[in-house]
Design a protein around this ligand. Structure first.
Ligand code: ATP
Length: 305
């Protein structure tokens, strides 16, 4: 029994939003079944974060026999904000799940400041990375406890500051008991966008060197998203930030945008450069700005497949 329980306890120990979301979705078996391979190596040492540079070195990845990433190869300068876009199912989430080692690459390597993620302790790796997903998990407890999760020594003022930065202060104040309102299962029901904002606040409070926002603002309206972006800009300024988004306006101002299509990195550049390149990104931009008349026929045919 001890051995079976261990991974769960361990999970609670190094837990991050993603794992909790998974557990909440009843998919704990998968996390557990993968966990035997995702563990500290014998010589694991703590990750030493310098600028937060990230390198994917010819990475391949498959879920069992389903090949998802093919020879993905890129390097990110520490401190940059990187947009990651591409069609549904292209492999964007999978790509970034390799960073905190939710999965390991089958070939190639993922490195942070030159250190292979498989050579560092999971605890230090996940401490360094803040992951906010699309459907964040809130446990049954107060708003304050939920935001403080993982940063238990944070003061009430620090919690509130993080909540403000995530554009959540106003709605929290309007809950029946404000910051003491019970949320999560059996608690007050929050909308997807509200849960996303509390998860963002949790990550802001955690203060990680690297941030991964995986459709983290997909459920908030564009106006609130713009507010979140402007308050996150300062927070994200000196840390490596990955932003996966369907809404291209979310990543438009990124230092660099990676376009993933069918598990391959197909375009890479700033918004302006990608528009000039007039490829997949430019066509998505046309779709999202309503300039459909200008879409090339091949793109339309593919979209209608
Ligand atoms: P979306 O934009 O829809 O979120 P994505 O670009 O993030 O998609 P992924 O979620 O990385 O794409 O999925 C890439 C491929 O891998 C898809 O074909 C998906 O069905 C598959 N996939 C994702 N997660 C798993 C899993 N746990 N097991 C098996 N296949 C998976």
């Amino acid at each position: 029994a001890q051995q079976f329980i261990w991974p769960i306890v361990r999970l609670g120990d190094v837990v991050d939003d993603y794992e909790r979301a998974k557990a909440a979705g009843g998919r704990v078996e998968r996390v557990l079944s993968r966990s035997p391979t995702i563990r500290d190596g014998d010589d694991a040492s703590p990750l030493s974060v310098d600028s937060g540079a990230v390198t994917y070195d010819h990475v391949d990845f498959a879920y069992d026999d389903r090949s998802v990433l093919h020879d993905v190869d890129f390097s990110i300068t520490g401190g940059q904000t990187i947009g990651v876009v591409g069609p549904t199912g292209a492999g964007k989430s999978t790509l970034l799940k390799l960073l905190p080692r939710l999965y390991d690459a089958d070939a190639g390597a993922v490195r942070i400041d030159g250190q292979d993620v498989r050579d560092v302790t999971l605890r230090s790796l996940r401490r360094a990375i803040g992951y906010v997903g699309q459907d964040p998990f809130l446990f049954y407890g107060t708003v304050r406890e939920n935001v403080r999760y993982g940063t238990f020594d944070a003061s009430d003022a620090a919690v509130e500051e993080a909540v403000r930065r995530a554009q959540a202060h106003e709605f929290v104040e309007n809950l029946p008991d404000g910051y003491d309102t019970l949320v999560g299962e059996r608690g007050v029901r929050l909308s997807g966008g509200q849960r996303q904002r509390l998860a963002l606040a949790r990550t802001i409070l955690k203060d990680p060197a690297i941030i991964v926002l995986d459709e983290a603002t997909s459920a908030v309206d564009t106006e609130t998203e713009a507010l979140i972006q402007s308050s996150l800009a300062e927070f994200a300024a000196d840390r490596t930030t990955f932003v996966i988004a369907h809404r291209l306006s979310t990543v438009r101002r990124a230092d660099r945008i990676l376009v993933v299509d069918d598990g391959r990195l197909v375009e890479d550049g700033t918004h302006e450069a990608l528009l000039r390149e007039d490829g997949l990104y430019a066509n998505f931009w046309r779709v999202q700005t309503g300039d459909v008349a200008a879409l090339p026929r091949e793109f339309l045919e593919r979209a209608l497949e």
